[in-house]
Design a protein around this ligand. Sequence first.
Ligand code: IVH
Length: 660
Amino acid sequence: MDFEKYLETIDLLNKAAAAYYLDDAPFMSDEEYDRLYREVVDFEWKNPDKKQKFSPTMRVGSKVREGFTKVVHSEKMMSLDDAFSVSEVEEFFNRLDFVPNGGYVVEQKIDGLALNIIYESGKFVRAATRGDGSVGEDVTENVATVKEIPLYVPEFAGISLIEVRGEVYMPKSSFEELNSAKSSYGEKPFANPRNAAAGSLRQLDPKVTADRKLKFFAYAITGISDVDIKSQEELHAFLRNSGFKTPHFEKIGKIEEIETLIEKTIAGRGDLPFDIDGLVVKLNRFDEQRAAGFLTKTPKWAIAYKLPAIEKTTKLLDITWQVGRTGIITPVAELEPVEIAGVVVKRATLHNIEEVERKGLKIGDTVFVRRAGDVIPEVTAPAEQLRDGSEKEIIHPENCPVCGSKLAKDENKVGYKCQNIGCQAKIVAYISYFVSKGCFNIDGLGEKQVEFLHERGWLKSVTDIFHLSDYALFLFGEKGWGEKSVRNLLDAIDKARKVRFRNFINSLGIDGVGEFIAGELEKKFNVGELIAATPAVLMQIDGIGDIVANSIADFFADEQNRETVEKLLKEVEIFYPEKASSSGNANFEGRTFVITGTLSQPREVFAEKIKSLGGKVSGSVSKKTDFVLVGAEAGSKLAKAKELGVKTIDEEEFNSMFEL
Ligand code: IVH
């Protein structure tokens, strides 16, 4: 980086910080900010004489927004040094001039905003944001509406003044809810739960904050000298006893041990109900923290290990319009490829035109993309500040992008539908669905292969799948079809001829019938009974209301559907799971379970229950596993389950499986 680039970068970073802190509307991902910030630090380190007073490295946080009273913190609210690798964390603690004895406390780093709350004789009197570290904003009235923050703490009654510090955050579910509510008012969505939390707290109407379902984790206290707490670990106990939630933490003896904690955290992160952006590693003993001391902005006894970002910015290059098996048109964001937590994201579904409009996206926008855990990547919001006028409106096509027929509004009125039953895209999408997992599960037949075979005219409908062997000779030698892959495919098709009833039902693509309902239907009917079932009979099944009942009955009443089902039944043999024996339970019978993580009772107890009801328990997760029962702090098995798409259940869901 040369001097000119340096000046440009600090200017950009200052603007980004203002958008982030003052407007709660960032235009740069944290990851991009951190990267540029590091380049600036590096330049300033090499050229100390060129360092500018207005460099972002000279400040801790943000300016105070107008409209709020300023609060001078009794003790500066520090920030933390960042580390991006285990070795950076190790180096950080190696810089101390002593070897710590009391171990380390590793806490979740909650992705929210820091808050200082003052209690006098047990009473909540004031709350302030961090601001620039020295001066924050008075958000007392708003914070008073946050239910997880007690307004009176009996344990503090004898303490004239104590300040509790922690992180205010918005759970992911509340964030989703808020954004969809915002959309119904035609308002812009928040880019992520942290901005939503900040926006909810840093606005002037406490009623609005009260509606926003914010939560709070406490991780520090100050302003007090007469509480006898000797370590971070004890502090957690003290705060929890006093009615606060504290972030999840683990104690480790040696710093190297964070490596496994990091792995575990990455694997479990997607399942947490809130966003975390790292782990905070703190010296446990307070005397050792004091011995380590502080730099100007950060402590020398704690560091933040930053997890791989789950949110990045990239360009929205185009929108393509996909035709689904029912004809519904789905806008798909074509993105400039961006790596998010180990996966390259190139496309993201936008579900329907309403979502596109609600998010206010334009082609050419820089957009925020989130990929949390195994959740499909999502475009959350555009960075409007970066627009240069060349962006293009997104306009819904009037005709089917594949067959050209005029589109109609779909039943839910949020999108459009191609109504041409002969539309090739619909047929290809349906066949692809028919062969997917949960249906006929035919390996080697992906959407590409289906499209290819369909174009050749060898796969015009699902029943043609079972006659593909007629074309084997033609297939050999086609691009991408070696002898082995053709043989494997034909084998897979043969195997699929024996199909479990619930998969068969699921594969029909009946509106409103997915894997779950298919499983329920399997418990009650055989194929003949299902075809003949009236809506009244169907409605007796748990989870089936009149809409789905009618949809099923209508499906089988349709002559064309009946014909397809009959043709299929000539090709395949349906099997039914053995009906539960007297001690058995269909949820367990023949199913393979893997148990991982810490549960409320020893694993053997769960294993026995599973076996007694006809299930199997295995030590490792594979494609054959039906369920992974996941306890707290699950690690590699959970990760493996996600990788393979195996269903994971928690203890509560497990318990509900006993009810038939
Ligand atoms: S300790 C002097 N612990 O991260 C140490 N901070 O990058 C002060 N944060 O300003 C911070 N979770 O907003 C600490 N468990 C945790 C945290 C945490 C989230 C935030 C906090 C802080 C920022 C530093």
